[in-house]
Design a binder for this molecule. Structure first.
Ligand SMILES: NC(=O)c1ccc[n+]([C@@H]2O[C@H](COP(=O)([O-])OP(=O)(O)OC[C@H]3O[C@@H](n4cnc5c(N)ncnc54)[C@H](OP(=O)(O)O)[C@@H]3O)[C@@H](O)[C@H]2O)c1
Length: 196
């Protein structure tokens, strides 16, 4: 398959690239570090990426940022950033991407555990994660030509917990998390939130 992987240079994205790259042709994208450049917060940038890559069988996103702050510190700008980036960025990967995806292809996006298991400070992130899951379920109903749409909801990733100096309990290695994206691409599910 020809697979466009957005967020390809991140902790999760690198593990997805390693898992899928053995069997498929990958097109790696991120804002700066990957060979193909895209900023998912910018609709024109997403359109430009699809125009450059052409027809693909699958799109995978392991990109998207949202602000982590206590409720009384979250500003209007913090909400705007989170909505434009992790939520609308990935919504637009679906909206602008459907025409570039082959029959029976797939889109696999990323939410996160904070949608279902919030913590103090996760208001903006929980909002966009849950919003993305809701949108993807609906978009899967309307996607044409057998295109499947799913969202992977990672738990904390062990490598991220290590980098943050946090306890590793409850974390999963990025390589294990990446297998959920492989299921999204190579499986038959649609409209699902896939938990690694
Ligand atoms: N790691 C965890 O524990 C964890 C747990 C649950 C959910 N998640 C979610 O999983 C996703 C990936 O997490 P991660 O830890 O792998 O992140 P990461 O290590 O920070 O990597 C992010 C990747 O996305 C790219 N990127 C960032 N902003 C972008 C943008 N606006 N447009 C296009 N590419 C962009 C980055 O490259 P450039 O800098 O070159 O753009 C990089 O390739 C995030 O949405 C995160 O919220 C992560």
């Amino acid at each position: 398959m020809r697979i466009l992987l957005v967020g390809a240079t991140g902790t999760i994205g690198k593990a997805i690239a390693a898992a899928l790259g053995r069997r498929h042709e990958l097109f790696l994208a991120s804002r700066q570090q990957a060979p193909l450049h895209v900023d998912i917060a910018d609709p024109a940038s997403i359109r430009g990426l699809y125009a450059k890559v052409g027809k693909v069988d699958a799109v995978v996103s392991a990109a998207g940022q949202a602000r982590f702050k206590p409720l009384d510190e979250l500003s209007d700008a913090d909400f705007r950033f989170s909505l434009d980036n992790k939520l609308m960025g990935q919504v637009n990967l679906i909206r602008y991407g459907l025409g570039s995806i082959a029959d029976n292809g797939s889109i696999t996006l990323t939410s996160g555990i904070l949608a279902q298991q919030p913590s103090r400070g996760s208001g903006a992130i929980s909002l966009v994660n849950a919003g993305l899951e809701g949108f993807a379920r609906t978009a899967a109903l309307e996607a044409p030509r057998g295109i499947r749409i799913n969202v992977v909801s990672p738990p904390w990733v062990t490598e991220t917990l290590q980098a943050l100096g946090m306890p590793l309990q409850g974390g999963l290695p990025a390589a294990t998390v990446a297998q959920a994206y492989v299921r999204g691409v190579e499986g038959t599910a649609t409209g699902q939130v896939i938990s690694p």
